[in-house]
Design a protein around this ligand. Structure first.
Ligand code: C5P
Length: 400
């Protein structure tokens, strides 16, 4: 199985109309390109007062279009050719005027013509950006309602401080969130209606008020799974040990420190869960009696008595009403036999195994999936791509 970049094989037309947020579209173009999309930028004339076509040309490596009469298009059909193999037109920022013209079905510049002349298979997503009074004006409300009726996806606007100094709704949704909306748009909803509970990150076991036992887990694999599951249509709760990671859009997070806190949070949120994915590197042992006071270095040596922590995954999987349980096995050696043993002893339909040298704390991961059918190696890829492949496998097993 080969995990691929999120947007590889996708063609996105990025429409930029004339608002100050146009400078952020350059970043959006970069994110779309980085995610593997073929990005074609179409600017309105007024957009070019805010940011130059050369910026987009450099970022996308492609010509930027704005003139319906552009002679560079071989058959003079720029208004049709630019979207023929595109799956999405994303207009960001979309000004009040741009939205009004789309709602009326105007075709008086290249961008509006492209929207009108596009195929059924090419969706339209619009990220409004304008002064808050323009956004609240009844005319804009009407135009937006018309666009939504026509099947347009509206992203935002966000609320906050505006370029004009006023505060309110009308800011363009941030580029990273627009990328997320695009990724979500293209993700098949294979987990629609499913509730997914995920543990992630390390745990932290107190020795005294300032010292802990923890491990090198970054939490990235669990967070990537949470994000991919939301994109696939699931409702996702993430029980997270201490990490420095940003909360993925649309995920509910419960922060915990120790293994026992993690266990309690999992048990309290298990009801209604269809899939439990236990990614966390849970400490197997904790100090038997953590000191209430900071331990002083008076002795030459010291020993800590450790006691076993609860095995959260084993406890969930043993329940009569157990959800579909997925375990992770990070091993330093003999991955196949340890992972298969874990699958059998904890009675799991699926275990994701990796060698610690291949994944722990890093951006990429190289994993093997173990299920009733045997072993399924995935190719080394980013944790986001590996997460997508794991969820596809889970949704196949759920259907099977
Ligand atoms: O038994 P072992 O730690 O090797 O199993 C790893 C799997 O079990 C992982 O999915 C991990 O999240 C889970 N686990 C757990 N509670 C523990 C130890 C591991 O849920 N105390």
């Amino acid at each position: 199985m080969k995990p691929v970049s999120e947007l590889s094989g996708r063609t996105v037309v990025l429409g930029v109309s004339g608002g100050v947020a146009a400078y952020k579209s350059a970043e959006l173009a970069r994110l779309l390109v980085k995610a593997g999309a073929d990005v074609r930028v179409v600017m309105t004339e007024s957009a070019q007062h805010f940011v130059g076509p050369a910026t987009f040309q450099a970022i996308t490596g492609q010509a930027v279009w704005s003139d319906p009469w552009d002679a560079r298009m071989p058959n003079g059909m720029a208004h049709i050719d630019l979207t023929r193999d595109a799956q999405l037109i994303l207009i960001a920022p979309a000004t009040a005027d741009c939205i009004a013209r789309l709602a009326q079905g105007r075709a008086d510049d290249l961008l509006s013509t492209l929207c009108l002349a596009r195929d059924e298979g090419c969706a339209l997503m619009v990220a409004p950006a304008m002064n808050r009074q323009m956004w609240e004006h009844p005319a804009t409300r009407r135009n937006v309602a018309t666009l939504v009726d026509d099947g347009t996806y509206m992203e935002g606007p966000a609320a906050g401080e505006q370029a004009c100094g006023e505060v309110g709704a009308g800011r363009m949704v941030e580029p990273a969130d627009l990328l997320e909306a695009v990724l979500s748009h293209f993700t098949p909803k294979s987990l629609a209606g499913r509730q997914v509970l995920i543990t992630a990150g390390p745990t932290s076991e107190a020795i005294d008020p300032v010292r802990v036992i923890t491990n090198l887990s970054s939490g990235r694999m669990g967070y990537a799974l949470a994000q991919a599951a939301v994109r696939a249509g699931a409702r996702v709760t993430l029980v997270s040990g201490p990490t420095a990671l940003a909360l993925p859009r649309g995920v509910r997070r419960i922060d915990v420190a120790s293994a026992r806190d993690m266990r309690d949070a999992v048990m309290n949120n298990l009801s209604g869960t269809d899939v439990f994915v236990s990614v966390a590197a849970v400490a197997d042992y904790r100090p038997a009696s953590p000191s209430g006071r900071k331990i002083k270095k008076s002795a030459d040596s010291m020993s800590l008595e450790l006691v076993r922590n609860p095995d959260i995954l084993a406890e969930v999987a043993a329940r009569a009403d157990a959800p579909f349980c997925v375990g992770f096995a990070a091993e330093s050696h003999e991955l196949d036999s340890y992972a298969q043993d874990k699958r059998r002893s904890k009675r799991l339909p699926l275990v994701v195994g990796n060698l610690v040298s291949d994944g722990l704390g890093s951006e990429d991961n190289l994993v093997v999936l173990y299920d009733d059918e045997g072993r399924h190696p995935l190719e080394r890829a980013s944790k986001a791509a590996v997460a997508r492949a794991i969820l596809e496998h889970i949704s196949r097993l759920l259907k099977g």
